[in-house]
Design a protein around this ligand. Sequence first.
Ligand code: 48F
Length: 259
Amino acid sequence: MALDEVKITQAIVERFTEKLKEALELDVAVVGAGPSGLMAAYKLAKEGFKVAIFERKLSIGGGMWGGGMMFNEIVVQEEGARLLKEIGVEARPWQEDYYTADSVETVCALGYAARKAGAMIFNLISVEDVMVRKDRVVGLVINWTAVEMGGLHVDPLAIRSKYVVESTGHELSVLHIMQKKLGVQLMTPSGKIEGEKSLWADVAETTTLENTREVFPGVFVAGMAANATFGSYRMGPIFGGMLLSGEKVAQEIAARLKK
Ligand code: 48F
């Protein structure tokens, strides 16, 4: 059979359109495909919920690829090692409660686990706004990252979702948009984004989990975004908290969806 370039094109356009149409009505929309967002999507999809991740960049994985300062190894604690094992990554014990894993292997495994569980992953798409109805976020406003980068005057499209996971890491881009555009009152001590503090791995790892929660009706924060929202510390290249935060946000949203 002679290959036909137009058929190749038709196949791509048709399949992508199917996928995007499928993602227009979601149980959970995850913003940002870093380790916490990928883990959240994997866990929710595994429970049978309809989940899609929207990632601004070409690559998924967020800040995990480069390990610490481009030494492409990550550190996790025992609890994090449990989650890595679940997705097929054997973390190597180093000392006491320190385990290491290859950061490239871990990103690939997270992406593979999320996809195989049924989560849809859209790269090159930026979330530029949210939809709010009756004081609740009910969906996302999305556009091609290329439109954002080019500063092009092109209107976005919309996704309806019962819940949104804000897992955009240090940027905290969805909440910043909500604060700026809507001036909303968040469920934080000041009602605003508290902002991220400097490096303190021990405290940050614990608070990441505590801070993984609903911050506005319909919106949960996870991963580094959770600490940036509630004014806690950054943790550097230890990733157990990110994975556990993804697991926790999935459990909390799943419990709400099952009600
Ligand atoms: O930063 P990121 O990896 O978030 P995370 O899951 O993990 C944090 C760690 O990587 C590290 C750390 C822990 O040790 O401190 O930094 O909390 O991934 C966030 C992803 O969100 C994407 C961004 O490109 C990145 O891949 N992102 C940010 N804003 C948007 C977005 C947006 N508006 N729309 C879509 N994606």
